[in-house]
Each structure stands twice: as C-alpha cells, then as structure tokens.
Design a protein. Structure first.
Length: 428
C-alpha cells in the first residue's frame, strides 16, 4: 500500500461506535519509530515501576503505623475524607498494588523524562485497537498485535469494567475492547454497581468515591478490584518523595541500586511545595532559595518548572491543574505559587523541573487527503500488566503534538499511534 492507502486503512477501521466520545486525532500511515535505546528502557522499566509501587505502598503503611518516616502518611492523606483513609488502610487490601501501570514519558534524546505514573489510565482500548490495526498492516508493534487485549484479560479474566460519569469519554474504547458476550454488558456504570463476585477494573478516580453512594454501600474490601482504592498511591507527590534525601536508603533497599539509578535517570528532580518555614541557615535543594516565596520572583528562565496538583482533585488528571512556569507571566506564576502554598493542607502541589522533549517527525493524513509531516514532541505511554509479580508490556501509545505545545495530551491536532522499534542509526 501507499502511505495514503495505509492511512485510509487505519481511518476506515475505526469502530463505528468510536473509541473516544466526541474526540478526534490525526491518523498516521505508520507507527511511531523508537530507537533501540528507548526500546531497551521500556523493556526494563515495567518491573522497576512495579517495585516502586510496591515500595510506595510499604512506605505509606510503615509511616501510618508510626514505624518509620511518620511525616509521609499525613502528607499523602492531606485533603482526603476519613472514610477513604480508613478504607485505603484496610488489612484485606494492605498488600494490593495496581495491576496496570502506565507512565507518561516525554521522549528525549536517548532517554525519557517521566512526568506521571497512572494506575487508572485511559487509552487501554485505543492502544489495543491501534496495535491490532497496525499489526494487520504488517507492523511489528511493541507489545505484539494482541498484547493489550491479552494483558487486560490477564488481570480482568471474565470480570467487568466499572466506569464513572467523570470517565464517560473513555467508555466507547472499553465497550469495543470487551464487547458483548451472551448479551451481558461487561462495561457498567459504577453508579449502578452491585457485586457479582467477579473481578472488576476500577475506571473512576479516588476523588469520585465519596459521590458513589451505591458503590460505597455494596462494595467491601477484599472483593476483587483493580486498581485498589488507595488514593495515596495515586499521588504525584511520590515523584518528589523519590528525591527526598531522608528516603534515599529506603528506595535503595526496596527497588535496588539498579532500579534506583534507572528512575534517577528518567524522573526529573521534584519537590513538595511545603510552606513549612526552613531554619535561617537552610535552603531548598537544587533551587538554592530559603523560602518558596522567593520563587514568585523567578525570571522566565528560572521558571523552567512545572507546578501540578498532586492527586485527590478533579483537576489532577487530563492536563488540568498543570502550570508551566516559563509559559506564564510572572504575575500568573506568583499567583499559582501562593495558591499552592495556601492549599497545602488540602491539595498539595508537586514541583518538577520542566523537560522539553526532543523533536520528532511523523507523517499523517491531512484534511485535504494528502500525507504531510508533523514535526513535534512525543509522549510515550507504555502499558504494563502485573499478574503475580510478573510484569508484561502490553503495548505503547505515542502522542505526537506540534512543537509549539508545552503540554502533551490527546488534542485534536495530535497524532496517536502505536510504536515500533528500529535499529539504532549509526552516527556519521
């Protein structure tokens, strides 16, 4: 096929019901090509992130029990209702960690920058469809043609997906992936949930829980549900805690030196925006300031930072509640810093160094039905599935956006595609 014919094939095989409600994207004739160094990182990263999640779970429980680092649990519990905190600490789910791990990785030269780890991700059905569609065109997609379908089946078996009104945009992709068997719908509104004894995939955020009256009445800890309702594990604050000096030995022991070095390579330096005053002789590491209020006066170059709401908020997903300092006026930046400090006890913020991804090129079919090339920056999202501590890569979703965009997400002028691996091109 010609590139245009291939792009038409992809476009024409979108399910009739769609994959995202009222969402469109640009179609590419080929998957996104990743070099050997990036592919090798993806192959290593899944088990390291699983160990990291397990270590986070252990650290929180030790902190909540007063056995170690007692300051960690209160930080992660900030702003959450007591009922939800008690549920997340229930003994019947104490060892449970997410069975789906999807990091958001900004593509850089030879590596990645990890901006978030999502344990309740959208895009599972979309990534499965992309993988199967490009595989039908003869492409050897990362994860394999059926990797996403088989990976999701391995954690769900014959169970069902519980989806909230907040996540309704993603309902079509899940309905396509699971389909209808014997006239029994496997994608259900969590607002109508009654226990069936079967495994369930939680497709709603922890902040939705207080509003789900029927689910709260009928679901009991111990009934199979992934990801477990542990809002402390869904906090972006973990990326700052990973860099916390008092916790370095803990991370080394729990994820190993190699795992720690790998995460140090890809997690940008991060801070908790904590208003607690420092002693006069102390400074905030890496920034060299004695008070966060000094950051309000940073120059545009110094504001090469990203400020994010950490977790328990409707603004903590979908690129909402994310502020790039260098893309704002000094007054806007100062206002967000002050707001973050004022809301520390209810909605903590995490601050990260902003990493500008490298430029990549990919073809797509334009509205005039011609193949054109987009030069932009890519977010690479591998989907890992965890069963009995065994981690498999199901597939990879790549989002390429125009180079003038600071935040990378599934906007209408983005290309969404699978990924393939190509041999490293030798330097001339």
């Amino acid at each position: 096929m010609t590139p245009l014919e291939r792009a038409h094939y992809v476009r024409d095989h979108v399910p009739v019901e769609g994959l995202f409600a009222e969402k469109t994207w640009r179609m590419a004739p080929q998957p996104f090509a990743l070099g050997a160094a990036h592919t090798e990182l993806l192959e290593k990263l899944g088990i390291v992130l699983h160990h990291f999640n397990t270590a986070c779970n252990l650290l929180y429980r030790q902190s909540a029990a007063g056995k170690a680092h007692p300051w960690v649990a209160p930080l992660l519990d900030a702003g959450k209702p007591p009922e939800l905190i008690a549920l997340s600490r229930h003994d019947k789910i104490k060892g449970q960690v997410p069975a789906v791990i999807r990091p958001d990785l900004i593509l850089t030269d030879g590596s990645f920058a990890l901006s978030e780890i999502d344990s309740v991700p959208g895009g599972i059905g979309l990534t499965a469809w992309l993988g199967e569609t490009y595989a039908a065109l003869g492409e050897k997609v990362l994860g394999g043609a059926k990797g996403m379908r088989e990976g999701f089946a391995s954690i769900l078996n014959d169970g069902e997906v519980l989806i909230s009104e907040e996540s309704a945009t993603y309902r079509p992709e899940m309905e396509w992936l699971l389909g209808t068997e014997r006239n029994v719908k496997r994608v259900r509104s969590v607002e109508d949930y009654t226990p069936s004894g079967k495994p369930a995939y939680r497709f709603f955020e922890a902040f939705d829980y207080p509003k789900l009256a029927k689910f709260r009445e009928t679901w009991q800890p111990g009934q199979p549900l992934t990801a477990p309702i542990k809002p402390y594990l869904e906090e972006k604050l973990w990326l700052a805690l990973f860099w916390s000096r008092p916790l370095q030995e803990f991370w080394r022991q729990e994820i190993g030196e190699k795992g720690q070095r790998l995460l140090q390579q890809i997690i940008p330096y991060s801070w908790v925006l904590d208003p607690t005053p420092l002693p006069p002789h102390a400074v905030i590491p890496e920034l060299g300031i004695q008070s966060w209020h000094e950051m309000e006066r940073f120059s545009q170059k110094q504001r090469d930072l990203v400020l994010k709401i950490s977790g328990f908020s409707p603004l903590a997903w979908g690129a909402r509640g994310v502020y790039v300092g260098s893309d704002m006026s000094s007054e806007q930046w100062a206002e967000q810093v002050r707001t973050g400090l004022a809301e520390f006890s209810t909605h903590p913020r995490v601050l990260q160094r902003f990493v500008k991804g490298s430029l990549s090129k990919q073809d797509y079919v334009a509205e005039n039905d011609e193949i054109v090339t987009l030069t932009g920056r890519a977010r690479v999202c591998p989907y890992y599935f965890v069963v009995n501590d065994r981690v498999t890569l199901g597939g990879v979703l790549v989002t390429l956006v125009p180079s003038d965009k600071k935040l990378i997400h599934g906007m209408r002028d983005a290309i969404l595609s699978s990924a393939i691996s190509i041999p490293q091109i030798p330097s001339s």
